[in-house]
Design a protein around this ligand. Structure first.
Ligand SMILES: Cc1cc2nc3c(=O)[nH]c(=O)nc-3n(C[C@H](O)[C@H](O)[C@H](O)COP(=O)(O)O)c2cc1C
Length: 225
C-alpha cells in the first residue's frame, strides 16, 4: 500500500492518549510540511496555535473555569452544522455518536455519562499537544474548505509519524475564552481544535471505527469505457 493510502486508511480519531510527550521538533516538522497544503488562489487562510506544557495547561484551566460557570458554553462562534440538518446526514451524525458511546458502554439515555465524555473534549482528551486552527473572519466558504485541506494534511502527516489526532469543532463553544486566552487578533476566529499525541491503544474509545458510504453513493463516474 502506498504511504499516502496507508495514512488515509489508518487514521482514526483518537480520544485517549498515552501520557507521553511529543518531541517539539517532530511537531514543528509536521506543521512545517502541512504549510504545503493547497488553497484557492494560494491564500493559505490558516493560522495554527500549537500548545504544550504550561501554555496548554493554562488554556485548559481557563476553559474549565468558563465551563464551571457556563456548563453549556458561550454559544457557538459559528454553526457547526446547518440548523435543519437533513435526515440522511442527521442519521449519520446520530449513528456516529451512538457508536462512540457504545465503545464506553454508556447507554443512550445516560445524559450524565454522555456529558462526561463530551466534556473530555475540553481537555484535548489529555493529549500532550493541543492545537487551535483559526481563520480570518472575512473569509468565505471557499477558504473554510481550504482549512479542511490543511487539517487533513496535518492529520495524515501526524499519522505517518506514528501520532494520532482528533479534530474538534466543539471548541467553538468556548470561543470567547479561546480568543482571550490566545490573545487572538480581532480579525481571527477559531475553526477547530486538534488533539495530538500517541494514541492509547488499550482504551475502548479508540476502538471506534466509523462507517463510510459506498463509492456508488458518493461518486458518479461518467464517460469511462
Ligand atoms: C472538522 C471536524 C470537527 C470534529 N469535531 C469533533 C469534536 O468536536 N469532537 C469529537 O470527538 N470528534 C470530532 N470530530 C471527529 C469526527 O467525529 C470523526 O472524524 C468522524 O466521526 C469520522 O471518524 P474518524 O475520524 O475516526 O475516521 C471532528 C472531525 C472533523 C473533521
Amino acid at each position: 500500500m502506498s504511504a499516502v493510502k496507508h495514512a488515509v486508511m489508518n487514521r482514526h480519531s483518537s480520544r485517549a492518549f498515552l501520557p507521553r510527550e511529543v518531541d517539539e521538533a517532530l511537531v514543528r516538522e509536521i506543521v512545517d510540511t502541512a504549510r504545503y497544503s493547497p488553497s484557492s488562489g494560494n491564500l493559505q487562510p490558516w493560522k495554527l496555535y500549537v500548545l504544550a506544557g504550561s501554555s496548554l495547561s493554562r488554556l485548559k484551566g481557563e476553559v474549565a473555569d468558563t465551563l464551571a460557570r457556563h456548563p453549556r458554553g458561550e454559544g457557538m462562534g459559528y454553526p457547526i452544522y446547518p440548523p435543519d440538518l437533513k435526515a440522511d446526514y442527521q442519521a449519520r451524525r446520530v449513528k456516529c455518536g451512538e457508536d462512540l458511546y457504545a465503545t464506553l458502554k454508556v447507554a443512550r439515555d445516560d445524559r450524565i455519562g454522555r456529558g462526561k465524555q463530551f466534556a473530555r473534549n475540553f481537555t484535548f482528551f489529555d493529549a500532550p499537544v493541543g492545537m487551535l486552527l483559526a481563520v480570518d473572519r472575512s473569509m468565505g466558504q471557499g477558504q473554510w474548505a481550504d482549512l479542511g485541506m490543511f487539517l487533513q494534511t496535518l492529520m495524515l502527516l501526524a499519522q505517518e509519524r506514528g501520532l494520532a489526532t482528533c479534530a474538534q469543532a466543539c471548541w467553538t463553544l468556548v470561543h470567547e475564552t479561546l480568543e482571550r486566552q490566545l490573545e487572538l487578533p480581532e480579525e481571527l476566529m477559531v475553526f477547530c481544535g486538534i488533539s495530538l499525541g500517541y494514541a492509547d491503544p488499550e482504551h475502548p474509545i479508540n476502538t471506534l471505527r466509523t462507517e463510510r458510504e459506498p463509492l456508488s453513493a458518493i461518486a458518479e463516474f461518467r464517460g469511462f469505457r
